[in-house]
Design a protein around this ligand. Structure first.
Ligand SMILES: [Zn+2]
Length: 221
């Protein structure tokens, strides 16, 4: 399959996954989550980044959907890439492909679907209260019904008729994510990786919450 070949080219080994995650998380270079320092050293034995100022150790997966994972990063990238490139992916298929237990695959996919939900949610619109069904305009009601119908057809096609109520919600998130990110797999991939980061950390990592200390050379001149 063409997209597997593309995956192999993008992520040939564990280090490539780590580089990709690093570039997605810290596009302007490492920034300490605690103090905003940009100098760091890499502790190679455990693959954590230590801040040069406050000695806080940050792993590349901390605060993302892969937080405290024990699986190799490539397994995660396979699952994320699979989902992001728009193919249906069930836990059984994933377990068979990666030779992992069904329960592990289940948990992995559930985390990914939660990340899908988070990436489509807009926190700034949280104050907006949804209207009661009787107060909705007919055009809004019709659009929502149409979307629910499409989502139900998607779930039946990919996951069969017998779906538990709990899973149905997750599949609904998946449908919503897929329908809005179908055309661009790479953008969808980075969206999935970044979505589970909490806002305050992400802002901090970009140095918005604290004033960045200027390098000494620029002060003297
Ligand atoms: Zn620090």
């Amino acid at each position: 399959m063409a997209s597997i070949r593309k995956f192999m080219a993008l992520f040939p080994d564990e280090q490539a996954c780590r580089d990709y995650l690093f570039a997605a998380r810290w596009p302007r270079g490492f920034i300490c989550t605690k103090c905003g320092e940009m100098r760091y050293c890499l502790i190679k034995t455990r693959n954590v980044y230590e801040c040069a100022n406050c000695k806080t150790q940050t792993s590349i997966t901390s605060n993302t959907l892969m937080h405290r994972t024990k699986l190799p990063l490539r397994y995660w990238m396979v699952a994320l890439y699979w989902v992001a490139s728009g193919f249906p992916c069930s836990a059984r298929k994933l377990a068979r492909t990666l030779r992992i237990q069904q329960r592990t695959a289940d948990r992995l996919l559930r985390k990914i679907r939660l990340a899908m939900h988070k990436s489509e949610r807009i926190p700034m619109l949280d104050f907006w209260r949804r209207e009661k069904r009787s107060e909705q305009l007919p055009i809004v009601r019709r659009a929502m019904l149409l979307m629910y119908r499409k989502a139900r057809a998607f779930i039946r096609k990919y996951y069969g008729k017998r779906v538990s109520k709990w899973n149905r919600l997750y599949y609904y998130y998946e449908y919503r994510f897929r329908s809005s990110n179908d055309c661009n797999p790479i953008a969808a991939l980075s969206k999935l990786i970044l979505s589970a980061c909490t806002t305050i950390y992400t802002l901090n990592e970009y140095g918005m919450l604290r004033e960045r200390r200027l390098p000494t050379s620029s002060i003297t001149t």
